[in-house]
Design a protein around this ligand. Structure first.
Ligand SMILES: [Zn+2]
Length: 214
């Protein structure tokens, strides 16, 4: 990747996560911004890349990058559980229809969806730890948890023609930006608490239907 490329990756053979300079600027990271926004932005993206080291692929490599195969350092029981929970994610994403008549392919995008859901969950925990037991300040009328989730949503703002979206849906292992921003929070209890979301609200998902991986 070039320094001016806005992207990031995890390489299991080197066990590294890599962030070119260009992603370390708004909306992902802003040294002058409040912590909550940065944890929800670049924090969750860092969590996303780390998650790749802990998924069905990453678990096949040891810490030195040697390929171990399946189940790798997962126990078979953990791997079975992991598969059961991630299968539920396949269903959640299959149900999303970004363009009329074209649903997301939950299998094709599974690895990246796992990373988005895990990354956001871990970043939220990291933000809570960063507060050191103190209550987050309220800024511009928004709580820390609200700013965290706004930080995540801002990262995924984009505008795409429907025809291009269809190409993405059929070929890109990442879900479209709007879904990446909107779906993972619906799996997290802290999101419901942050905004007082109740049954009947558009982004409400019943507790039994939420997926928690880590
Ligand atoms: Zn990824």
């Amino acid at each position: 990747m070039h320094p001016q490329t806005v992207n990031a990756y995890y390489n299991p053979e080197q066990n590294v996560i890599v962030f070119p300079a260009a992603i370390l600027q708004p909306p992902f990271f802003n040294a002058k911004a409040d912590d909550a926004a940065n944890y929800g932005g670049i924090g969750a993206v860092i969590g996303h890349e780390i998650s790749h080291g802990f998924d069905d692929q990453g678990s096949q490599y040891d810490g030195d990058g040697n390929l171990l195969g399946v189940p790798g350092w997962f126990t078979q029981k953990d791997l079975d559980q992991f598969k059961a929970r991630t299968q539920a994610l396949v269903g959640q994403y299959n149900a999303v229809e970004p363009v009329s008549g074209f649903h997301i392919n939950g299998e094709l995008t599974l690895g990246e969806n796992i990373a988005d859901n895990s990354g956001l969950a871990i970043a939220y925990k990291a933000y809570q730890l960063s507060l050191g037991g103190k209550k987050a300040p309220v800024i511009d009328g928004l709580t820390g948890a609200q700013r965290f989730y706004f930080g995540w949503a801002q990262v995924w703002r984009s505008k795409t023609r429907d025809s291009e979206l269809v190409v993405q849906i059929k070929s890109d292992p990442h879900s479209p930006g709007q879904t990446r921003g909107a779906l993972p929070p619906t799996n997290q209890a802290s999101f419901y608490e942050a905004f007082g979301i109740k049954p009947g609200d558009k982004m409400y998902r019943a507790p039994a239907d939420r997926v928690t991986l880590w």
